[in-house]
Every structure is written in C-alpha cells, then in structure tokens.
Design a protein around this ligand. Structure first.
Ligand code: GLN
Length: 260
C-alpha cells in the first residue's frame, strides 16, 4: 500500500516538474532574469550559411568565423552548448520562425521585411554591399551596373536591391556567394554584388578581380530570433551587451578583420 502511494506521489511530482519547466524543450539560465526556452534543452541551435567568410566558413569540418565565435561566447554566457546548423541562406528565417533553430546568425542584415517573420537582436556589426568586377571592367560605379548581368546570392539584401534597382531580368541568383564569383571569373556575368567582407575574401582568393571604390548600401547585422521567444531575445541581448562592454566582441571581429 505504502509503495503504491509513494508511486502515485512520485508520478505527480514528475508531472508537476514537467509542467513547471515545459518538458525537455526548455532551458534556463541563472544569468538572465526571465527563464527562456530553447529548441533543445541546454543547447543554443544556430542556423547559418557557412559560405560567408569571415563571418562563417569551414576550416576542415568545423564552422569557424566571427558569427561562430560570437555565438559560442553568447552560449557560454547563457550556460548553453552551441550547435551550428549549416543550411542555405534562404532557409535560415524559416528555420527560426518554425522553431527548428533558436537563432539565425549569418551576417544577416536587419530589414523591415524580415522583421515581419523574426525578431532581431541588437546589432553587432556593420556590413556594406559592394560590387566586384574583373580588373579593367568598364563598370566603374554602381550606376554603370545598369543593363549589365549582376550575380548575387539568393535572397540576400544584395539580391533584393539589385532586383529593385536594375530589374530581375538582369540579376542572376546563386545559392552561394562563391558560385556567383565563379560565374564572374568564367565571364557568365559582369559583376557580383555582395557584402564587403566576403567580397574581400573572394578577391584575395581569386586573381583578376577588384572591388569598386563606391559602396552600394550600408547595413546592420543582427541575430534573427523566433517572434514568440522574447525571453531568449532578451537573454541574447543581455549577453551581447556584456560582450560589447568587456571588449570580447571587438576582439573577435579584430581577429578576423585586421585593421587596414
Ligand atoms: N547581409 C546579407 C543579407 O542579410 C547577406 C548575408 C549572407 O549572405 N549570409 O542578406
């Protein structure tokens, strides 16, 4: 009899504790006021597209870069283990808004359109859309792109601006920035519009390419989060603030982008 009562009490306790913390899909931290949840308990799942150096790229089988290191520092502050999931850039917002990933961190620009589907953290870096052309190209300024074939990475802000400014018929969309650069080298397109830091990496890695001096658009990068998960947004903003104040953020950026 006693055993049965004990069993019932135990079952009731288990049920209670499951309710209290939302089952296995929850995580919380001592370093934030409000408890937040993550897709997998104790894990910060980051969705990215690891073909965007120096923000995220492969070194062997490991994804490294500014975003990977910032995410690791944020996860450490929140007592979580970082898990990075590599996917097409185009899939990141969906992964976050459908609850498959906790945060999208991918050199992602804050835009009003994206804000309809995700929340953005405080910004942590500035990006500039620039134009890559072959050396000796007759394209000298952004205006010269008129009527030219422009390569972009699918669904990026470069893609959106170029379609608006130069017409979709003049824009070739590629899944990876590098594919656009390869198309430029083989003469299939006349220019590539992409963020400045990956542009520098591509130009350094391939001879015969230059970046135009004139900048196209200046933007802010931030982490994308699920609209429902404002507790995690607050926790991440808190961690970012601490990392800004103690200089960690600057030193991570300086490690990958040496001052010119
Ligand atoms: N900053 C650009 C955007 O948000 C490109 C990001 C990327 O390709 N990873 O659209």
């Amino acid at each position: 009899m006693k055993k049965r009562i004990m069993a019932i009490m135990l079952a009731a306790l288990c049920a209670l504790s499951l309710c209290a913390c939302g089952g296995k899909d929850s995580g919380s931290t001592a370093s934030s006021d409000a408890a937040f949840t993550t897709v997998t308990d104790g894990v910060l799942t980051m969705a990215t597209n690891a073909y965007f150096p120096p923000y995220e790229y492969y070194e062997g089988s490991e994804i490294v870069g500014i975003d990977a290191e910032i995410a690791k520092a944020v996860a450490d502050k929140l007592g979580l283990t970082l898990k990075i999931e590599d996917m097409e850039f185009d899939s990141i917002i969906t992964a976050v808004s459908t609850g498959k990933a906790d945060m999208g961190l991918a050199g992602m620009t804050v835009t009003e359109e994206r804000k309809q589907n995700v929340n953005f953290s405080d910004t942590y870096a500035t990006g500039v859309q620039v134009v890559i052309v072959p050396e000796g190209s007759d394209i000298k300024t952004v205006d010269d792109l008129q009527g030219k074939k422009i390569g972009v990475q699918l669904s990026t802000t470069g893609d959106i601006y170029c379609c608006d400014d130069f017409g979709t018929e003049n824009v070739e969309e590629y899944n990876k920035g590098n594919d656009a650069v390869m198309a430029l080298i083989s003469g299939k397109i006349d220019a590539v519009v992409i963020d400045n830091e990956p542009a520098k990496s591509y130009v350094a890695a391939n001879e015969g390419l230059v970046i135009l001096d004139t900048e196209y658009v200046t933007e802010e990068y931030a982490a994308a989060l699920n609209k429902e998960n404002t507790a995690l947004l607050d926790a991440i903003n808190g961690a970012l603030k601490e990392l800004k104040e103690d200089g960690t953020l600057d030193s991570i950026i300086a490690k990958y982008i040496p001052a010119e």
